[in-house]
Design a protein around this ligand. Structure first.
Ligand code: UDX
Length: 447
């Protein structure tokens, strides 16, 4: 079986590497640098197990990385995994999906089987209606069949999520297409009891948005509750969320309060869904707008705590622990750290930064804020007026607070991810965190 994956981004690379453990896969992109690095077995993405599996696939010749300009032979399955970025107004940009569709058609003799048996499956997140709008002509002209099959992989567990998905959603116009994709997944997935849901293409497209919108809603809900909890003496958001999470109707996941959601999916997808809905009904969806509003305000919550602790910010020095939008990844897209560092810089604060994968993070959008980078936490905290924790890296959980705070000008830690919320805090340290009244001065309650 020959599989072509078009778009060597996060989803494309993870999917290609996992499928190449079983099948002959060609991963195609227009970016020479990406293709060259994949050929050398180098993953430009920091993701557990990915580089090891990439090397296995390259060495066994099961995975070939190719530029779109090269020659191809027809594929049985084509997966389109190109990016669908946001426009500045929140609308989704479909130019890459559009362009790859045109190329597949123009060079149909190279990419598509003559007997019209190639199944072209779109995996990029797209607003409902897109797959048929861009790809339905393949079916109308009887060139190939089409399907939509959203991915649900999370950064930091991309390989695990690809090999063991929680569910498979298949959207198709023709029953032969959904059957072909279902059989492909039944053969591919090690865990055979994974639920497979077959539906219309539009429902499948929408399922991806609704899943992300619901998860983001849970996070904003937890964050709003955390703000209320802060005013209640002896109350703690983790205990409360644990208390409600045991109810299967609620579930314990995605209820961690903190500085809000970031990354390449949630902010982009919720904005796209809002714009899509406005176009449909001329009304702004109220829950989704509130989810975004709560999230946008999260970074300022931390800055407010900082101001209350150290007063005027101008001329102060602050250490930031954690740049990435979550642990286990080198991705800082839409990370709350960017807005926090920007706000600090605007207020005249000198910022030191540390992250366990600092040398693998693209820091181009941070450099303008004159950040100073540190490879070890103790040096990063030397002579600073406060320390803000912005990513809950497991490495940070193991830190000895007394040791790391020794050189601080003021031993103030403001924990945006509740890394130390359940730990003993030495008396010498002033510790504040989201969603807890513990260690807070009465002045804060009145602010
Ligand atoms: C998400 C979806 O989980 C995944 O299914 C989809 O395919 C892509 O988008 P990802 O962006 O990798 O995955 O990260 P996720 O683990 O969902 O976290 C997103 C953001 O929410 C992070 O910034 C994280 O810190 C934040 N978050 C998550 C919280 O603040 N609280 C939580 O309880 C969970």
């Amino acid at each position: 079986m020959r599989i072509g994956i078009f778009g060597a981004g996060y989803v494309g690379l993870s999917t290609a590497v996992c499928l190449a453990q079983q099948y002959d896969v060609e991963l195609v992109d227009i970016d020479l640098k990406k293709i060259e690095s994949i050929k050398k077995g180098k993953s430009y993405i920091f993701e557990e197990d990915l580089e090891r599996l990439l090397n296995t696939a390259i060495n066994s010749n099961k995975l070939k990385a190719k530029l779109l300009t090269e020659q191809f032979s027809p594929f049985d399955f084509i997966f389109i995994t190109v990016g669908t970025p946001s426009e500045s107004d929140g609308y989704i940009n479909l130019r890459y999906v559009d362009s790859i569709s045109k190329t597949l058609k123009e060079r149909r003799n190279e990419f598509l089987l003559e007997n019209k048996q190639t199944l072209i499956t779109l995996r990029s997140t797209v607003i409902p209606g897109t797959t048929n709008q861009i790809l339905a002509s393949f079916e109308k002209e009887e060139l190939a069949n089409i399907a939509f099959n959203p991915e649900f992989l999370s950064q930091g567990s991309a390989v695990k999520d690809t090999i063991f998905p929680r569910r498979v959603i298949i959207g198709a116009n023709r029953s032969c297409s959904s059957r072909a994709l279902e059989e492909f997944y039944l053969e591919t997935l090690e865990k055979s009891d994974v639920p497979i849901y077959k539906m219309s293409i539009e429902s499948a497209e929408f399922t991806k948005y609704v899943a992300n919108a619901f998860l983001a809603t849970k996070i904003s809900f937890a964050n709003e509750m955390a703000d209320i909890v802060e005013g209640v003496e002896n109350a703690d958001i983790d205990a409360i969320m644990e208390g409600i999470g045991s109810d299967p109707r609620i579930s314990p996941y995605f209820l961690n309060a903190g500085i809000g959601f970031g990354g390449s999916c949630f902010p982009k997808d919720i904005n796209a869904l809002v714009r899509f809905s406005e176009n449909l009904s001329a009304e702004t969806p109220s829950i989704l707008s509130s989810v975004l509003k709560v999230n946008e305000n999260r970074p300022f919550r931390l800055i407010k705590l900082l101001r209350q602790e150290i007063g005027r910010l101008n001329g102060k020095k602050v250490a930031i622990l954690g740049i990435t939008f979550k642990p286990g990844t080198n991705d800082s897209r839409e990370a709350p750290s960017l807005r926090i560092i920007q706000a600090l810089w605007r207020s005249g604060v000198k910022v030191n930064v540390h992250d366990p994968v600092l040398n693998r993070i693209d820091l181009s959008s941070y450099q303008m804020f004159n950040i100073e980078q540190f490879e070890d936490v103790v040096s990063c905290l030397q002579d600073v007026d406060a320390c803000l924790i912005l990513t809950e890296w497991p490495e940070y959980q193991k830190l000895d607070l007394e040791t790391i705070t020794k050189g601080m000008r003021n031993k103030i830690i403001i924990d945006g991810r509740r890394v130390f919320a359940q730990k003993h805090i030495p008396d010498s340290i002033r510790y504040l965190t989201i969603g807890s009244s513990k260690n807070r001065s009465p002045a804060i309650f009145n602010s």
